[in-house]
Design a protein around this ligand. Structure first.
Ligand SMILES: [Zn+2]
Length: 134
C-alpha cells in the first residue's frame, strides 16, 4: 500500500487548524444538545479562510456555517481544505437541517479525510456522499 507523504509543515498546519476547529466547537457547549458540539475551519495552505461552529440545536451545522462565512467574505473555497471535528452529516428522517456532506461536496473544499492522507481518524471515515437517501 502506498502512503502519501505529509510534510512536517503540513502536519503543523493540520494540527493548528484542527485545534482551532475544536476551540470553535466548544462555543456550542450547552446550546446544541442533543447534537454534538462541532467546529469547522476552511483553510488554504497556511491561511484560514473561514470558520463556523454549530451554534444551537436545530440551527445550521458547523460546516454550513463555515461555508456561509466563506460566501460572506466572497471567497472561493474550491481546492481548500475543510477541517471539521465530526464527519459531515448525511440525510436521515426527522433531520432538522440539510445534509452537510452535500453542501461540502458542492462547494469545493476537500476534507483531509478525503485526500487519502492520514487524517481519517479525525472523522472516523472518508468523506463521501450518502449512497442512498432514505
Ligand atoms: Zn451536518
Amino acid at each position: 500500500m502506498k502512503t502519501a507523504a505529509v510534510s512536517h509543515e503540513q502536519d503543523a498546519l493540520d494540527a493548528r487548524f484542527m485545534a482551532r476547529a475544536i476551540e470553535l466547537a466548544a462555543r456550542g457547549t450547552w446550546r446544541v444538545s442533543p447534537n454534538p458540539r462541532v467546529g469547522a475551519v476552511i483553510a488554504r495552505q497556511a491561511e484560514s479562510l473561514a470558520e463556523g461552529w454549530h451554534k444551537e440545536h436545530g440551527g445550521p451545522h458547523a460546516e454550513a456555517e463555515a461555508l456561509r462565512d466563506a460566501r460572506a467574505r466572497g471567497l472561493d473555497v474550491r481546492g481548500a481544505t475543510l477541517y471539521v471535528t465530526l464527519e459531515p452529516c448525511g440525510a436521515f428522517e426527522g433531520k432538522l437541517t440539510p445534509p452537510c456532506v452535500e453542501a461540502v461536496l458542492g462547494s469545493g473544499p476537500r476534507s483531509p479525510a478525503a485526500t487519502g492522507r492520514r487524517r481519517s481518524s479525525w472523522t472516523g471515515s472518508t468523506l463521501s456522499p450518502p449512497r442512498s437517501a432514505p
